[in-house]
Structure formats: structure tokens, C-alpha cells
Design a protein around this ligand. Structure first.
Ligand SMILES: [Zn+2]
Length: 221
């Protein structure tokens, strides 16, 4: 996929250009995401594949983050999940989403940087915003222009990031739940996970380091 290669090659450049927003390239210069045909998708406003897609993405990110942590010989600290930003329009929302999540959970930390586990990108897609994995250990969050004009862009960004952290959609939930996504309608602008969502993420990332090595995605509390 050309987009992926472009992004990877840009990672080094962005690291050198500190004060400049990372990946300030025009998305239209690259192939639209629709031609990349992601194998699994978890959309902000729903699709039948949502739960499987969420698990696949979470598994991929977990695997990538764990491999780096093991390499660093640091198996007990909070897991660091590194992301890149190829979505200049949503740079502030991504930054705010990171702050929200990092202040909400303790077993996993989001950090922008090179050697990333997933990345944010943006554009136009009839499916709206979604989290996607290619099934080979990498994933991305796609932020849709049209949808972000109808729905609150920070809520969308934080919601899709919730998928990276392992949370499934729950469209029937209230606005106080982040993972209810577009379910409560465009007037819902809450960007914060509720107490249950926060504890579930901490549980998921703690479980990722049990002796089985298998993330307990469907663990109920
Ligand atoms: Zn979703």
C-alpha cells in the first residue's frame, strides 16, 4: 500500500522537524483510503463487523506495543502505545484525546512518536470515521471530514482511540459513554470515557501481561 510506505518514510522526517505538525502532507496527494480496502473496520456509527474489527485492531496494537516493551526489557510498567499523526486537520483533537485517555487510565499510555503502533489519518469516506487494521500488526484511525462536521470531532477522535485501547462499540448507550459513538446523535459532544469504560481499559491492558499472553478482550466485570 503506497500510503503506508509514504507514511513510514515520513516518520523520520517528522522526528527531525520538531516544531512542525507531523505529516503535514495533503491527504489528497495519496490514494483514497477506500482503495486500500481495510480488512476490518469499526465505524463511529456502526457496522455488523464492528466487534470483530475492534478486537483485531486492539490485538494488533497490543502485539506491537508488547513486542517493543519486551525488547526494552521492561515488562511490568504501564504499556506505551505509540502513534503517528497523518491527520493535520485533527491535530488538536488528537492531542486532546491523548490527554483525556492518559488522565483516565493507568495501565496504558499513549505517546506520539516514531516507531509507532498505529496512526491517525483523515479524508472523505462514505463509511465515516473508523478504526482499521490490515491484519498484519498495524492499524490506523481514519477521521472523516464530513462526519466531523456533523458530529463532535473530539468525541469521534476519542471514541476511535477507545477502539485502539480495546473497547467495543455500544451504540445503544447514553452520551455519558464514549463508546456509544454516534448513537446518542450529533448533539452529544462528550469526549470522556465513563468510569466503566476507564476501568475496562485498565483491566484489558493489565490482562495483556498475564502468563497466557492472550488479551482477555471479552472479559466481563
Ligand atoms: Zn466505534
Amino acid at each position: 500500500m503506497s500510503h503506508r510506505r509514504i507514511l513510514t518514510s515520513l516518520a523520520g522526517l517528522a522526528a527531525a522537524a520538531l516544531a512542525v505538525p507531523a505529516f503535514a502532507v495533503t491527504p489528497t496527494a495519496e490514494a483514497p483510503a477506500t482503495t486500500s480496502a481495510p480488512t476490518t473496520v469499526a465505524a463511529y456509527t456502526g457496522s455488523p463487523q464492528d466487534e470483530a474489527a475492534t478486537k483485531a485492531f486492539y490485538d494488533a496494537v497490543m502485539k506491537s506495543a508488547r513486542a517493543k516493551q519486551a525488547k526494552a526489557g521492561n515488562a511490568t510498567a504501564a504499556v506505551t502505545v505509540t502513534y503517528a499523526v497523518d491527520a493535520p486537520t485533527f491535530a488538536s483533537q488528537i492531542s486532546s484525546s491523548t490527554q483525556i485517555w492518559n488522565s483516565s487510565v493507568s495501565n496504558v499510555t499513549l505517546v506520539e512518536g516514531s516507531n509507532y503502533d498505529f496512526y491517525y489519518t483523515e479524508g472523505n469516506d462514505p463509511r465515516g470515521s473508523y478504526a482499521s487494521t490490515d491484519g498484519h500488526g498495524s492499524g490506523y484511525i481514519f477521521l472523516d471530514y464530513a462526519q466531523s462536521q456533523q458530529y463532535d470531532p473530539l468525541r469521534i477522535t476519542a471514541h476511535e482511540t477507545g477502539h485502539v485501547l480495546g473497547l467495543p462499540d455500544h451504540y445503544s448507550g447514553p452520551c455519558s459513554e464514549l463508546m456509544s459513538g454516534g448513537g446518542p446523535g450529533p448533539s452529544c459532544t462528550n469526549p470522556n470515557p465513563d468510569a466503566n469504560e476507564r476501568s475496562r481499559v485498565d483491566q484489558l491492558w493489565a490482562n495483556g501481561f498475564t502468563s497466557t499472553g492472550k488479551p482477555a478482550f471479552h472479559t466481563s466485570n
